[in-house]
Design a binder for this molecule. Structure first.
Ligand SMILES: Cc1cc2nc3c(=O)[nH]c(=O)nc-3n(C[C@H](O)[C@H](O)[C@H](O)COP(=O)(O)O)c2cc1C
Length: 341
């Protein structure tokens, strides 16, 4: 693992190691994968504007997310079925995040129970929620999350239906029945969920609420009017509606529409520390990564995830310093421009 220098090399190593009929699930996107590719390509259309002769002798990456201090403006996005890559699965990713002082967002489709994760890792954790058709099951899930130390709920809103992932169909990927899923399944996700149900969720838990999967100013305004605590700009890693704009391009309109009423986060295609710094410049409070973490988990379990987080942390610190900033808060809209050609 030590010879792997960056996230791209981790992804290549994971692809070489994991059975293609399994890795397709982690790597792939929906239909023609236009959005999957654009998520990555979009970063090169934004250029940084570094300032010189700034004292960057001491760089501190710490920030707060919904009031909780984290060691860097990068967290682990929720991704399902981690046990397909390593038996440590969500326990390994949550422990690696805790060791790094980073935020871990645990998926509804975890194979470990929340109490097991709480016992294993003493770090900040949010719950990713899929509302199940059986609402009683979701109420139980929220109650359990409250009891096991979660500090926020990230409600995923971009999966009322499951995107058509043709790599999976081609290679015959199916969720192995032996993976225990205690809190819900994708086929039981409730497709009738609407804005009115946010009140129901609000009544069911006093944890702060983040909406994951918002990409328009219209929905940002509605989210803010419904009093959400955070908006997470995301297109589900290009796995849902193909043809959606890359999150880094949707971010400015969401930040503008949020108008400081709630925190804004972003994920999708982040592979370098400089990508994270671009998101900060466009007004995100933090970025999240899923496939880079999946690659770390596949290559070397918890140690692999720790290494990926360490590489990204070092890259963020370097990019920040070269930009002429010593903390995430110092990065501003003046540090970025749309590519001129
Ligand atoms: C294999 C895989 C499984 C995912 N499962 C979930 C999930 O269960 N819930 C969810 O909200 N998002 C899920 N996502 C989306 C991620 O949270 C995230 O939005 C996206 O993958 C970020 O892009 P990146 O993989 O390029 O970093 C999944 C993504 C992948 C790649």
């Amino acid at each position: 693992m030590n010879e792997l220098l960056n996230v791209g090399e981790f992804l290549d190593a994971a692809a070489a190691k994991i059975d293609p009929a399994v890795w397709c699930y982690f790597e792939g996107g929906a239909e023609d994968e236009v959005t999957l590719r654009e998520n990555l390509a979009a970063f090169s259309r934004w250029q940084l504007r570094p300032r010189m002769l700034v004292d960057v002798g001491e760089i501190n990456l710490e920030t707060t997310l919904l009031g909780a201090t984290v060691s860097m403006p990068l967290g682990i996005a929720p991704f399902a079925l981690q046990r397909l890559l390593d038996p440590g699965a969500e326990r390994a990713t949550t422990c690696a995040a805790a060791t790094a002082g980073a935020l871990a967002v645990v998926p509804t489709l975890t194979s470990y129970r929340h109490a097991e994760l709480q016992a294993a890792a003493d770090g900040p954790r949010w719950l990713q929620l899929y509302v199940q058709t059986d609402r009683a099951r979701t109420l139980d899930h929220l109650a359990e999350a409250r009891e096991t130390g979660y500090t926020a709920v990230a409600l995923t809103v971009d999966l009322p239906l499951i995107g058509r992932r043709e790599r999976d169909l081609r290679l015959g990927f199916a969720i192995p029945p032996e993976i225990p899923l205690h809190y819900g399944t994708l086929v039981d996700v409730d497709p009738t969920l609407t804005w009115r149900d946010l009140e129901w969720i609000r009544a069911a838990t006093d944890l702060p609420l983040v909406l994951k999967g918002i990409v328009t100013r219209e929905d940002t305004v509605l989210a803010a009017e419904h009093g959400v605590d955070g908006i997470w700009v995301s297109n589900h890693g290009g796995r849902q509606l193909d043809g959606v704009a890359p999150p880094i391009d949707a971010l400015p309109e969401v930040v503008e529409a949020a108008d400081g009423r709630c925190e804004v986060y972003v994920d999708g295609g982040f592979r370098r520390g400089s990508d994270v710094v671009k998101a900060l410049a466009l007004g995100a409070r933090a970025a999240f990564v899923a496939r880079p973490i999946a690659a770390g988990l596949a290559v070397d379990g918890e140690a692999g995830v720790s290494r990926v987080l360490e590489l990204l942390r070092d890259e963020i610190a370097l990019a920040l310093g070269l930009l002429g900033c010593t903390s995430p808060e110092q990065v501003s809209r003046a540090h970025i421009q749309r590519a001129l050609s």
